[in-house]
Ligand binder design. Structure first.
Ligand SMILES: [Fe+2]
Length: 309
C-alpha cells in the first residue's frame, strides 16, 4: 500500500499528499511513477524546501540531464538549472495583452524544435512573483480523446513543420490575445543567442511509449504549417485543434507557492509560462528528465515554400 494519497486536481493532473521524500521505498517509487503515467502532471505542494529534495524526487522518474549551458547550473547541484531573474538567459521582455512580462513563454512542448522531444521536467518554485507567474499545463491525451471523430480522423496522419523561435506566428488557441516583443523602452531585450536549429517535422498525433495512449503533439510556439496542405487550410485546422486542446477542462492553471514542485510528462502535455513583471525577481529551478523521445525527423524540403512564406 502506498504511503501517499492521490488527489485528482480539478480538470487534469493530480496532487500527491502525505509523501515523505526522504523515506520512499522502491514500492512507493514504482507507485509514484505509475501515478505520473496515469495523470501526466503531478503537484507536490510545498514539498521541497531545498534543491536536494527536488533532485531526490525528480530521480524517481528517471535519470536527470546535465544542461550544457554551465551558467544556468545551480551551484552545488549540476542536475538543476535556474529559470527566471533578469540575466542574459531571461529571453527578454514580451507584451501579452498589454502586460510587460519577463519569462513569458507561449504554449509549447519542450525541445519540439528537435526531432526528439524530451521526456519531462520537474519545476520547483524558489521565489514566487507577487503578480502573474502562473504556469498552465494542458493534457493532450485527454484532449485527443475528446476530439470529434471527424477531426481525429483528419489529423491522424498529418505532420506539422516546426522551428526554434521565442514568438509564435499567432496566438494559436487564444485568438483574442495580442503578443509581441517589448520595445527597449518597455523592458530588457533578449541576449540569448539563437542557435541555428534545422526545421523539423512532427506527427500531430503520437502514441505514448509507456502507456499506449494517443496524444497531440502540437507545440504551437514553433508551429509553421501542416505539410501538404494550403497555408490557410492548415492554419484553420491547427487553430481548431489547439483551441480545443486549451479548453479549461483539459488544463491545470497553477498559482505557485514557494517550494511547490510540479512534474509533467512532456509526451502528453503542453505548457505555458505566464511570465512575471520586469521589476520582479521570481526564481524557479528545473530538473530535466534525460532521454530523448523519438517523435519526428529533420525536414529535408524547402521550408520557406512549405510554410507558405
Ligand atoms: Fe518549457
Amino acid at each position: 500500500m502506498s504511503s501517499f494519497e492521490v488527489l485528482p486536481l480539478d480538470h487534469i493532473g493530480a496532487e500527491i499528499v502525505g509523501l515523505d521524500p526522504h523515506g520512499m521505498t522502491e514500492e512507493v517509487k514504482r507507485d509514484l511513477y505509475a501515478t505520473w503515467l496515469d495523470h501526466g502532471v503531478l503537484l507536490f505542494r510545498e514539498a521541497a524546501p531545498d534543491p536536494e529534495t527536488h533532485v531526490k524526487l525528480a530521480k524517481v522518474f528517471g535519470d536527470l540531464e546535465i544542461h550544457p549551458v554551465k551558467s544556468l547550473l545551480v551551484p552545488g547541484n549540476d542536475e538543476l538549472i535556474f529559470l527566471g531573474g533578469h540575466g542574459k538567459n531571461s529571453g527578454g521582455a514580451r507584451v501579452m495583452d498589454g502586460n510587460v512580462l519577463i519569462g513569458q513563454t507561449y504554449w509549447h512542448q519542450d525541445t519540439a524544435y528537435t526531432p526528439n522531444i524530451c521526456k519531462g521536467s520537474m519545476l520547483r518554485m524558489v521565489k514566487k512573483s507577487e503578480r502573474f507567474g502562473n504556469t498552465i499545463w494542458s493534457d493532450t491525451s485527454k484532449a485527443y480523446d475528446a476530439l470529434p471523430k471527424a477531426i481525429s480522423d483528419r489529423i491522424a496522419r498529418l505532420e506539422t513543420l516546426q522551428c526554434y523561435t521565442d514568438m509564435p506566428r499567432r496566438t494559436w488557441g487564444m485568438p483574442g490575445s495580442a503578443l509581441r516583443h517589448a520595445t527597449s523602452e518597455e523592458g530588457p531585450q533578449s541576449e540569448v543567442e539563437v542557435p541555428d536549429f534545422p526545421y523539423v517535422v512532427h506527427p500531430m498525433v503520437t502514441t505514448h511509449p509507456e502507456n499506449g495512449r494517443n496524444a497531440l503533439l502540437l507545440s504551437p510556439l514553433g508551429y509553421l504549417t501542416i505539410l501538404g496542405m494550403p497555408e490557410d487550410e492548415a492554419d484553420d485546422l491547427f487553430e481548431e485543434v489547439v483551441a480545443h486542446t486549451l479548453k479549461p477542462e483539459f488544463c491545470f492553471d497553477h498559482t505557485w507557492t514557494e517550494d511547490d514542485l510540479v512534474l509533467w510528462d512532456n509526451r502528453r502535455t503542453l505548457h505555458y509560462a505566464e511570465g512575471f513583471p520586469v521589476d520582479d525577481d521570481r526564481m524557479i529551478q528545473r530538473a530535466t528528465l534525460a532521454g530523448p523521445q523519438p517523435t519526428g525527423r529533420e525536414f529535408e524540403g524547402d521550408a520557406a515554400r512549405s510554410a507558405g512564406a
